[in-house]
Ligand binder design. Structure first.
Ligand code: 3PG
Length: 196
């Protein structure tokens, strides 16, 4: 979370795009890459992207222990989940891999703290009340740090990053639209300059 202010949330439709996308993002200064397990080629995309120098590749949309085991086997260096379940938390511990679980309310955060976690993905950030909701939660849980994801854009990322409890943000805008390496690199360059 502290490596870069923005984690690109990637849905890779075609394995041949995996390396070029990772190269463009890393060239722009974003080195922490979340590959969502939402496409057939996601695990192979993690393998391909991990070969790009400087890339720190993890898996997102990890829904259970089996997903997590497959993601680790593919070389994932961290795990992101849209929610927090005891099964995913236990699997992360078993595989000794950093976990960023999704939380949406105080109960989720309390369950995470009970499991020894203190870093959370606030998801879905905008639909779940936006920055006012996160500020209210952060005021209660002083030690928790967040990566808001879901509805974060190039335009609103700075406002989120200005909140002390926000360490980084996640978003899909870096690679939105048809593949265009120069555009991805330019967006990554802008995002990498944001204050984390
Ligand atoms: C995620 O997959 O974590 C979010 O759905 C990404 O949300 P975005 O597309 O609004 O950035």
């Amino acid at each position: 979370m502290t490596r870069c202010p923005v984690i690109p949330v990637l849905v890779i439709p075609d394995l041949s795009l995996a390396r070029p996308i990772a190269q463009a993002l890393v060239a722009g200064g974003l080195t922490t890459l979340e590959v969502t397990l939402r496409t057939e080629c996601a695990l192979d995309a993690i393998r391909e992207m991990s070969k790009v120098e400087g890339a720190h590749v993890g898996a997102g949309t990890v829904l259970n222990g089996d997903d997590l085991a497959r993601a680790v086997d593919a070389g994932s260096q961290f795990i992101v989940s849209p929610g927090l379940t005891p099964e995913v938390a236990a699997a992360a511990q078993r595989h000794d891999v950093p976990l960023l679980p999704g939380v949406a309310n105080a109960g989720d955060i309390m369950r995470g703290l009970d499991l020894g976690l203190s870093r959370f993905k606030f998801f879905p950030a905008m639909a779940n009340g936006g920055l006012p909701a996160l500020k209210a939660l952060a005021a209660v849980f002083g030690k928790a740090r967040f990566c808001p994801t879901g509805g974060i854009t190039e335009d609103n990322a700075s406002a989120w990053l200005a909140e002390p409890a926000v360490t980084c943000v996640g978003g899909s805008w870096l690679t939105a639209g048809p593949f265009d390496a120069a555009a991805i690199e330019a967006r990554a360059r802008n995002a990498a300059k944001l204050a984390g």
